[in-house]
Design a protein around this ligand. Structure first.
Ligand code: ATP
Length: 345
């Protein structure tokens, strides 16, 4: 059985989710210890437990240690079952990270699936729904599958209550490799500031920061009021549409954080991206590793190598005989190459 130290590298929930996803795809059982050991609240939170339960249902797995706060888990999948599934986190914990866990398996299943996911859809430290739908899934669809998503209701921390649906038609003959080296020319720019149960002036202040810092035109700024959210929420999303990819950089509103500071989070990442020609920003980069490894190969360029990314690379190596090389390019961006089998010395 593969053993994993949940506290190594980035040391967070990502290690667990990547392990679950790869166990499903490869059929290999694993044991993980010290899950999120160094976090303020160690062990499985609701979001992680929902991911475990989702993976367990889809993979007909035998599981031990699946309870809130658990730091030690074993997971032995049997077969991937396509189907119509509903998973609810039950708190404002991220529902998009539940999708991240089970998607690779459903891309390779022998029949289409649908997922209804409930919980947080626009959470700090997780992919916002819009990033999933507009950045991530269009790239996944280039692997020869068809995945569509529909947001029914956004869910913000702390009220949660968000809901979205995903329909997955798997690949007929395995996943195609992706080579994502050049993003091409920029075709469009859009900064959206969403407010739910909060004054629209917050969104306007945020967009003023975006416009000022990036010298963006009024026409590229869109304040939006969300009227079907269970609680208050605020998010700023800066979209940069290039020929090959639409990247989204996000600032998450939080109680006590000034609107200007929320926008600055997103501006900082967008600015870094615009300074380079790299295909992927930091977050997209770590999320591409698993799909490319499962496809047996591919490559991409990235603005930077995060710890999430290097940790994911190590976990992939435990499940799949794959060689992932990372090379710094002259402009200090990175090229990541995923190759099947051991590389020659
Ligand atoms: P922890 O165990 O650290 O509390 P967690 O299980 O909630 O955390 P992480 O392990 O930090 O989550 O993983 C977060 C995932 O969400 C990563 O894949 C990361 O790239 C992605 N992510 C975080 N912020 C964004 C963002 N702004 N846009 C897109 N993806 C994001």
């Amino acid at each position: 059985m593969i053993t994993i130290d949940g506290s190594f590298g980035e040391g967070g929930g990502q290690i667990l989710r990547t392990s679950l996803g790869l166990a499903l795809v490869t059929g290999k059982p694993f044991r993980i210890q010290k899950i999120r050991a160094v976090r303020k609240q160690p062990g499985l939170l609701r979001q992680h437990l929902t991911a475990v339960n989702a993976a367990s249902r889809i993979g007909c797995a035998e599981v031990t240690g699946a309870s809130i706060g658990s730091t030690d888990l074993t997971f032995a999948p049997q077969t991937i079952l396509a189907g119509h599934y509903s998973f609810a986190v039950g708190t404002a914990g991220s529902a998009t990270l539940v999708l991240q866990t089970v998607l690779p398996a459903l891309l390779l299943a022998d029949a289409p699936s649908t997922l209804t996911l409930e919980g947080g859809t626009h959470n700090p430290f997780a992919p916002p729904y819009d990033f999933v739908a507009r950045t991530f899934l269009p790239l996944i669809n280039r692997m020869g599958v068809e995945v569509t998503a529909r947001l029914e209701r956004p869910g913000f921390y702390p009220a949660g209550g968000g809901k979205f649906e995903v329909a997955i038609t798997p690949a007929a003959n395995g996943l195609r490799r992706l080579d994502l080296l050049d993003r091409g020319d920029i075709r469009g720019r859009l900064a959206r500031a969403l407010v739910a149960n909060l004054p629209i002036s917050i969104a306007e202040r945020e967009l003023a920061v975006v416009a000022g810092n990036l010298s963006w035109k009024e026409a590229w700024l869109k304040p939006e009021t969300v009227d079907n959210s269970r609680g208050p929420g605020n998010i700023v999303m800066i979209e940069i549409e290039s020929d090959q990819v639409t990247e989204i950089f996000t600032g998450f509103g939080q109680r006590g954080l000034r609107a200007e500071a929320v926008a600055e989070q997103a501006v900082k990442e967008a600015r870094q991206y615009l300074k380079t020609g790299a295909f992927a920003g930091e977050h997209l980069a770590d999320q591409l590793v698993v799909p490319l490894a499962v496809a047996g190969g591919g490559s991409f360029t990235a603005v930077r190598l995060s710890r999430h990314m290097t940790t994911n690379v190590e976990i992939v190596g435990k499940f799949i005989d794959i060689d992932i090389q990372t090379t710094m390019l002259p402009d200090r961006t990175w090229k990541v190459e995923v190759k099947t089998g051991s590389s020659p010395p």
